[in-house]
Ligand binder design. Structure first.
Ligand SMILES: *Cc1c(COP(=O)(O)O)cnc(C)c1O
Length: 386
């Protein structure tokens, strides 16, 4: 029985804590591919590190506990996690995806799984009725992000999961933008949660990793089989780094969100800013639903400058905030979804779902907010078209 009740403590003490043999407070890095067997058919429970590794197992137990699932699985990247989850399906099956999913997830379905006869369709999951109307007999699952990338649109995860179950579908949620500290989709009815742990869970922009958590034991068995069969597992050293990152998730997220709320308010009040997308703003799409299902609005903000400002100049004028792919690290990052994270989505689809060329996405870090606002202000001023 755990000696704690709250997630802030689970982040530090959850899963498998320390090392029983030596008393080390951290799980050691078991940098080994194989394990000596005591005789034919006799082993310590560890046989080969693709199948299982103690450092990875500690991480997997930790994320399962944090998300409230039956089992967790660690992969070499978020997309490796999503690939393995999608391998649950077969030719003829169809997956419904929300209209703003991560570009790499779209590309995986569009250019890889489609070749194997697993198809997808885009559904507006922000409107449960419209999502339900998109369910045809071949549909087997729904894959949702809330907030979705990059317009931060909110889907009612409980409503969508309930509809999915009524139609015999699996409900899969990509919880990368929120993390279990802010939102726990399995408790809202989802069957599978996936993460790009590269982002907030790792938190320091120093590793690529993915995680999946399943709610029930039967699904856990199927995913364990696929993890070992397909083999896209996370190595011991990266598993250690991820456990280390997760220990500070609570304090990092508190500061990320505090800064993001201030940055969103600053942008919303700025005369040069045409539109701000942030689920923590009371006039944002899905604000009330997000309040119900998540702790707060997270730390991702998208916005558009008016036509009197040049976004190329804006990007090149930022001094503290780095222009880079990715998000969720301690340092603030900015990106241009149309040509970066969402470039793999054809322009017509991209623009139809609102990812225009003028959109700017911010991952608010944990620096001092005054420095971040000064950087945004000076870059907006610089980018004014004469
Ligand atoms: C980055 C990201 C992914 C892909 O994860 P990788 O670790 O880069 O493979 C998937 N979903 C979301 C929401 C992401 O932001």
């Amino acid at each position: 029985m755990a000696h704690y009740k709250k997630i802030e403590s689970a982040l530090i003490h959850g899963g498998i804590y320390g090392d029983k043999t030596t008393g080390a407070v951290n799980v050691p890095i078991y940098q080994t591919s194989t394990y000596e067997q005591q005789g034919l058919g006799q082993n310590t429970g560890w046989e080969y590190s693709r199948t299982g590794n103690p450092t990875r197992a500690a991480l997997e137990a930790l994320i399962a506990e944090l998300e409230g699932g039956a089992a967790g699985f660690a992969f070499a990247s978020g997309l490796a996690a999503i690939t393995t989850v999608l391998s649950l399906f077969r030719e003829g099956d169809k997956i419904l995806i929300s209209s703003n999913v991560y570009g790499g997830t779209f590309r995986l379905l569009d250019q890889v799984f489609q070749n194997f006869g697993i198809r997808y369709a885009i559904a507006d999951t922000t409107d449960p009725a419209s999502f339900e109307a998109a369910i045809t007999p071949e549909v087997r699952a729904v894959l949702v992000e809330s907030p979705a990338n990059p317009l931060l649109t909110i889907t009612d995860l409980a409503a969508v999961s309930a509809i999915a179950h009524r139609h015999g579908l699996l409900s899969i949620v990509d919880n990368t933008f929120m993390t279990p500290y802010l939102q726990r989709p399995l408790e809202l009815g989802a069957d599978i949660v996936v993460h790009s742990a590269t982002k907030y869970l790792g938190g320091h922009s120093d590793l690529i990793a993915g995680l999946a958590v399943v709610k029930d034991a039967a699904l856990a068995e199927r995913l364990a089989f696929l993890q070992n069969a397909a083999g896209g597992v996370l190595g011991p050293f990266d598993s250690f780094l991820l456990i280390r990152g997760i220990k500070t998730l609570g304090v990092r997220m508190d500061r990320h969100v505090e800064n993001a709320e201030k940055a969103a308010a600053f942008l919303q009040a700025h005369p040069a800013v045409e539109r701000v997308y942030y689920p923590g703003l009371p006039d944002a799409q899905g604000y009330t639903i997000n309040r119900k299902q998540a702790r707060n609005g997270g730390a991702m903000i998208s916005f558009a400058l008016d036509e009197k400002h040049d976004i190329r100049t804006f990007f090149s004028s930022l001094k503290l905030i780095a222009l880079a792919e990715s998000l969720g690290g301690v340092e603030s990052l900015v990106c241009h979804p149309a040509t970066m994270t969402h470039a793999s989505i054809p322009r017509d689809i991209r623009e139809a779902v609102g990812i225009t060329d003028s959109l700017i996405r911010l991952s608010i870090g944990i620096e001092n907010i005054d420095d971040l606002l000064l950087d945004l202000e000076q870059a907006i001023t610089e980018s004014e078209v004469p």
